[in-house]
Design a protein around this ligand. Structure first.
Ligand SMILES: *Cc1c(COP(=O)(O)O)cnc(C)c1O
Length: 376
């Protein structure tokens, strides 16, 4: 059986984890957390980065830092993971969903402006499959209406928009290091931002409402409870695993891109014959091979194709059920404008196996199965 996903593992992780144990510093903000942060600052050109326990928690921190009031509105695509919306629902915000571009499944930036009201405070672009949203347009709209932009870059680590790392363009960027993502620590994430003004509050939020981060830097001689907060620090043990992966970022990226390119090239014939569509990467974007999906004719075809692939020993899976059709989505959000593509395209999308340890022989086998299904 060819799995759909396996957690990336290089072999060097265990050395760093042993070092973490030897350091006898397993709590948050230890040596490996600092190394990961430093590396991300250099690689992605972000001024501030705080490692968190998940992307969900990074989104929650960003939502706190946006200073929302109950009833404020947040614009995002409906085609995304629940955490994108949940983080803002926890602040009492109302979610306003807008449609996606069918070719990228990213938010359609031309539909954002019409969804803005005097209650709108935040736009949340989600970089689906590590392919950048049209950020120049989104940032211009945000500037015009004085809105904040929180990038859900859970899938966009080491992916780029016009030479800028995803997650560093908006007011806040949120990364995921969950085991299903390109680089992992099991469960984990990061919050990125460029404005120094957010640093103190972000650190307090992350450290249970205390100014302990300042204390550790020797800026104060005792720490105390100074505001509200939670515990969003991952263990240094997990950071040690992540550090090994970030050091070999290019190696992991190259392999994923190799798999993506193979699928892309060898499935071209199915697109030419009109059976399916492959992912589209706009010129402005450099993607990170996070995902390879095909969009088939309809839901029936997809169900049949998933069944067929499983029979052949290949696990292929569909993806998000649009949030506006979920019970909580109906309670906390509304879809603005017409749902032309979100529901329709989400029903046609199927993801193929994609992970670092997937062999090219297996990639060829998966491709051949798909070609065979369509009689090619
Ligand atoms: C994975 C993912 C998340 C959540 O990440 P966690 O680290 O598991 O909390 C949020 N948004 C998107 C788009 C994701 O793909």
């Amino acid at each position: 059986m060819i799995d759909f996903n396996r957690a990336p593992y290089l072999g060097t992780e265990v050395e760093y984890m042993q070092q973490a144990i030897a350091n006898a510093k397993l709590c948050g903000d230890g040596p490996f957390t600092k190394k990961c942060s430093q590396l991300m600052k250099e690689q992605f050109g972000t001024k501030h980065v705080l490692l968190t326990t998940s992307c969900t928690h990074a989104l929650e921190m960003a939502a706190f830092l946006c200073d929302l009031k109950p009833g404020d509105e947040v614009i995002m695509p409906s085609y995304t993971f629940v955490s994108t919306a949940d983080a803002f629902v926890l602040q009492g915000a109302k979610i306003v969903f807008v449609d996606v571009h069918p070719e990228t499944m990213n938010i359609d930036e031309t539909k954002i402006e019409a969804a803005i009201t005097e209650r709108t405070k935040v736009i949340v672009p989600v970089h689906y499959a590590g392919v950048a949203c049209e950020m120049d347009t989104i940032m211009a709209i945000a500037k015009k209406y004085n809105l904040k932009v929180v990038e859900d870059a859970a899938q966009g680590v080491n992916a780029w928009y016009k030479g800028r790392a995803l997650g560093t363009i908006g007011d806040f960027g949120c990364y995921s290091f969950h085991e299903t993502k390109n680089y992992t620590m099991g469960e984990g994430g990061a919050l990125l931002f460029q404005d120094d003004a957010y640093l103190e509050r972000a650190e307090i939020l992350r450290e249970k409402g205390t100014n302990r981060s300042k204390f550790f830097r020797g800026q104060i001689d005792k720490y105390t409870w100074v505001g509200y907060g939670s515990s969003y620090l991952p263990s240094d043990m997990n950071a040690a695993y992540l550090y090994a992966q970030l050091l070999e970022m290019d190696k992991i990226n190259d392999k994923r891109r190799q798999i993506f390119d193979y699928y892309y090239e060898h499935l071209a014939v199915l697109e030419e014959k009109g059976y399916l569509a492959r992912p589209y990467v706009p010129d402005y974007a450099v993607h990170n091979g996070h995902m390879f999906y095909v969009r088939v004719k309809d839901l029936e075809t997809r169900t049949d194709l998933i069944r067929y692939m499983k029979e052949k020993g290949v696990l292929c899976v569909f993806h998000y059920i649009p949030l506006h059709s979920a019970p909580a989505g109906k309670q906390y959000g509304t879809f603005h404008g017409e749902d032309v593509y979100t529901t329709k395209e989400s029903e046609c999308l199927m993801r193929l196996p994609m992970y670092y340890s997937l062999s090219m022989d297996d990639v060829k086998y998966v491709t051949d199965c798909l070609l065979e299904y369509y009689g090619e």
